[in-house]
Design a protein around this ligand. Structure first.
Ligand code: TRP
Length: 340
C-alpha cells in the first residue's frame, strides 16, 4: 500500500545517454530529494514522449531506454527508495492524455515556449507531428496520474509544469471535482542548473557534440576536458586571461568543492602566469573524482541487464496501480463509468 508521503514525479526522454548537464540540471536534485526520505519518488523513462519525434526509429528509443536506466542507477537513484518505471507500460497515461486533449487549445500548445523552441530546433517546418505538438498534454497526464506535487526538472521544463497546472484547473473546474492536484517544479539554484558545452555553447547536447557523458571512460573525459573552450585571447602562459565565459572556470565553479583553491586559480589566471593546461588538469581531477564511482556502479548494472529490466518491470507494475486508481477517479468525475 502507498504511504502518505508527497509524491515526486519526473523523468527523461530516452533519446541517448545522459550527460553531466543532466546531472547538474536535475539528476542531482532527484537523488537529493530521494535521500531525504520525505517523499515518495517516481522516476519515469518517457519512451512514448521520445517517440513523438522518433516514430520511425523505435530501435534508438529501445536502446536509449536501457542506457538511461543505467544512468539513473549509476548516479544513485535507488530502486528501494524511488520507483523507476517505463511510460509506455502504463496504459492509463494514454487514456488521461486523450481526456485532457479536449481541455487544451491548439493555439495554447503552439505558444508553449519549450515546444516552440524545439519545433524550430528540429526544423519540422510544416510537418510537426501531432503527437509532438501535444506532448505537454501527455506530460500533464504523467504528472497528474501520480498526483505529484513536486517535479524536479531542469529550467527548460517550467512551461510544461505551468501547462499541467492549467490542465488541472480546467479539469477540476469542468467536472466540479478536486480530483487532480497542481504540481510545483523543483529547480536547481539559479546559475547552477545549466552548464555550457565543452565548446562554450550555452547548451550541452548530443547534437552539438559538446557533452561529457556520465558513461564516458576516464581517457575520454580527459581528452574532452583538454579540448575545452577557454579564453581565445589567452595565448601565452604569462598573458592575463579572462575568467568570465571561460568554460573551464564555469565547470570548476559548479563541480569543485575547494572554492578557495578555485578563487586562487582565478586570481592567478587573471593576473597572468597560469596556463590553460594546468587549469584543465585540475578540472580533469575534479571530474574524474565525481564520475569514477558513478561509472563503476554503471558498469556493474550494465553487466546484469536482467536485473535492470526486472527493476523497470517491478517499478512499472507499481506505477500502474497508482495511475489506474487516478484514472478511475477521473472517469468517475466525468461520469464515463457507465458499467460500474
Ligand atoms: N519532457 C521531459 C524531457 O524532455 C520528460 C518528461 C516526460 C517528464 N514526462 C515528464 C519530466 C513528467 C517530468 C515530468 O526530458
Amino acid at each position: 500500500m502507498m504511504d502518505k508521503k508527497p509524491i515526486i514525479l519526473t523523468g527523461d526522454r530516452p533519446t541517448g545517454k545522459l550527460h553531466i548537464g543532466h546531472f547538474v540540471g536535475s539528476l542531482e536534485n532527484r537523488v537529493k530529494l530521494q535521500n531525504t526520505g520525505k517523499y515518495n519518488p517516481f522516476i519515469m523513462i518517457a519512451d512514448m514522449q521520445a517517440l513523438t519525434d522518433n516514430a520511425r526509429d523505435p530501435e534508438k528509443i529501445r536502446n536509449s531506454l536501457f542506457q538511461v536506466a543505467l544512468d539513473y542507477l549509476a548516479v544513485g537513484i535507488d530502486p528501494n527508495k524511488s520507483t523507476i518505471f517505463v511510460q509506455s507500460q502504463i496504459p492509463a497515461l494514454n487514456e488521461l492524455t486523450m481526456i485532457y486533449l479536449n481541455l487544451v487549445t491548439v493555439a495554447r500548445l503552439e505558444r508553449n515556449p519549450t515546444v516552440k523552441h524545439e519545433i524550430q530546433q528540429k526544423k519540422f517546418n510544416e510537418s510537426v507531428p501531432a503527437g509532438f505538438l501535444t506532448y505537454p498534454v501527455s506530460q500533464a497526464a504523467d504528472i497528474t496520474a501520480f498526483k505529484a506535487t513536486v517535479v524536479p526538472v531542469g529550467d527548460d521544463q517550467e512551461p510544461m509544469i505551468e501547462q499541467t497546472r492549467e490542465i488541472v484547473r480546467s479539469f477540476n473546474n469542468a467536472y466540479h471535482k478536486d480530483v487532480l492536484v497542481e504540481p510545483k517544479g523543483y529547480f536547481p539554484p539559479k546559475g547552477e542548473g545549466r552548464i555550457p558545452g565543452l565548446d562554450g555553447n550555452a547548451k550541452m547536447s548530443k547534437s552539438l557534440n559538446n557533452a561529457i557523458y556520465i558513461s564516458d571512460d576516464a581517457d575520454t573525459i580527459k581528452k574532452k576536458v583538454m579540448s575545452m573552450y577557454t579564453d581565445p585571447n589567452h595565448i601565452h602562459v604569462e598573458d592575463p586571461g579572462k575568467v568570465e565565459g571561460n568554460t573551464v572556470f564555469t565547470y570548476l565553479d559548479i563541480f569543485a568543492e575547494d572554492h578557495d583553491k578555485v578563487q586562487e586559480l582565478k586570481d592567478q589566471y587573471t593576473r597572468g602566469g597560469l596556463g590553460d593546461v594546468k587549469i584543465k588538469l585540475y578540472l580533469n581531477d575534479v571530474l574524474q573524482n565525481i564520475l569514477d564511482p558513478i561509472r563503476t556502479r554503471r558498469e556493474r548494472f550494465e553487466n546484469d541487464p536482467d536485473q535492470v529490466y526486472q527493476i523497470l518491470k517491478d517499478g512499472s507494475q507499481k506505477a500502474n496501480q497508482v495511475a489506474e486508481q487516478t484514472l478511475q477517479e477521473v472517469r468517475n468525475a466525468m461520469g464515463i463509468n457507465y458499467f460500474n
